[in-house]
Design a protein around this ligand. Structure first.
Ligand SMILES: NC(=O)c1ccc[n+]([C@@H]2O[C@H](COP(=O)([O-])OP(=O)(O)OC[C@H]3O[C@@H](n4cnc5c(N)ncnc54)[C@H](O)[C@@H]3O)[C@@H](O)[C@H]2O)c1
Length: 368
């Protein structure tokens, strides 16, 4: 491509205005050849904000105008979740590259069509979350796959907060904490451990009413989840997620192996590094991340893929597998039954790291 990669944004709400549009400015400041050429929101009042804050002159209330525009190479889908599938499908059909926030769609039928379309369409499809792109994730992946903690036997993921006070859709069917938050842990755990074979969940509405944009809103979809994931060969993981947690201070991801333990420091969408225990070392080794990676960096990755004509590391098949786990978890939360997972995917692999990691050693006080 011998011109700037041109982005059309669909959905100019919280995450667009607060994160992705500022991140494009940062990419430009770092010398990337990228620009936003058009924006769209069904809410006409966003027009002035995107022009004044980001200098985007072309605005429409119809997403069709964005996906049909010859001035757009990449469609960035940042609407509320129920619209993701339709817009992503249409943009791929129009031959565009697409980055869609999670989840790619809200039904397996819709997601399967999108995965199939992406196999044959000229445009790349990148589905959030982008956790497998972080340097911390990839360092952990190498440790695990080099056998440094032995065979992984069990794992745990945690991500929650008190919940959004904007976007009433977060509390309606087609929203909910599992699709907004649990999706990160499930993507990380399946990336590290491979496909899930079976899922079981307890879920419910723990807080039946919320205040959104100053108004009381009844909650109509589950906001509180405990998931059990079965990876086969008696390897299990637990994921705790909900709009039900005020604060916590513990690892977002923990893997327990036959020879050691690895724990992420911070959250998988905002990793600060990891801690490694190996029985043969007899101490905790702490690896801090350089902190360069941002959760919006999937967009940088897609732009690089477009510029170099290289398929993205994150595959639509992985996002589909994660969606199936989430939808079957919802069903399991309703009827209390374990659900088999039918889909599979191949986890991305990573070669030897190019930079040496600096470690702090913490000696185990129980050993001399
Ligand atoms: N807010 C966050 O911190 C955060 C972080 C990571 C990912 N996400 C994801 O980003 C997406 C957006 O979240 P948000 O918090 O910005 O939501 P939001 O409600 O603030 O914004 C969504 C916007 O999409 C617009 N919209 C809805 N349907 C549309 C359509 N058919 N065409 C064009 N515009 C349409 C709405 O008018 C609204 O302005 C969600 O998928 C969410 O899960 C959010």
């Amino acid at each position: 491509m011998n011109h700037n990669v041109r982005i059309g944004v669909v959905g100019c709400g919280n995450v667009a205005m607060g994160s992705y549009l500022p991140s494009v400015r940062q990419l430009q400041a770092q010398g990337m050849r990228v620009q936003i050429t058009a924006a769209c929101d069904v809410d006409e009042s966003r027009r002035d904000a995107v022009r004044q804050r980001f200098g985007i002159e072309t605005f429409s209330t119809r997403y069709e105008d964005i996906i049909q525009s010859p001035e757009v190479d990449v469609v960035l889908v940042l609407t509320s979740m129920p619209q993701h599938g339709t817009i992503t499908h249409a943009a791929l059909e129009a031959g565009k590259h697409v980055m869609v926030e999670k989840p790619m769609a809200m039904t397996l039928e819709e997601a399967a069509q999108i995965v199939e379309l992406a196999r044959h369409s000229p445009g790349y499809l990148l589905c959030a979350p982008h956790v497998v792109l972080s340097e911390t994730y990839q360092a952990m992946w190498r440790r695990v796959h080099n056998g440094e903690i032995g065979k992984v036997l069990s794992a745990r993921g945690l991500y929650g907060w008190s919940g959004p006070n904007w976007g009433a859709w977060y509390y309606q069917p087609g929203g909910g904490s599992l699709f907004d938050l649990g999706v990160y842990n499930i993507t990380t755990l399946t990336g590290l451990l491979g496909p899930v074979q079976r899922v079981m969940a307890m879920s419910g509405i723990a807080i039946p009413e919320r205040v959104v944009n100053g108004e009381r809103v009844p909650v109509r979809t589950d906001d509180n989840f405990q998931l059990l994931l079965d990876f086969g060969e008696s390897v299990f993981a637990v994921v705790s997620t909900g709009f039900t947690m005020q604060r916590y201070r513990c690892a977002g991801i923990e893997l327990y192996g036959s020879e050691g333990t690895i724990q992420l420091i911070g959250e998988d969408w905002d990793p600060k590094g990891y801690e490694l225990w190996r029985n043969d070392a007899g101490c905790w080794q702490v690896y801090e991340s350089a902190g360069r990676w941002r959760w919006t960096d999937g967009l940088r990755h897609l732009i690089e893929c477009v510029q170099t004509d290289t398929p993205p590391i994150i595959t639509p098949e992985h996002a589909y597998h994660v969606l199936e786990i989430m939808l079957k978890s919802l069903e399991s939360g309703q009827d209390g039954m374990a659900k088999p997972i039918e889909s599979s995917f191949v986890s991305p692999t990573f070669g030897e790291r190019t930079q040496t990691e600096a470690a702090h050693l913490i000696h185990d006080p129980g050993r001399t």
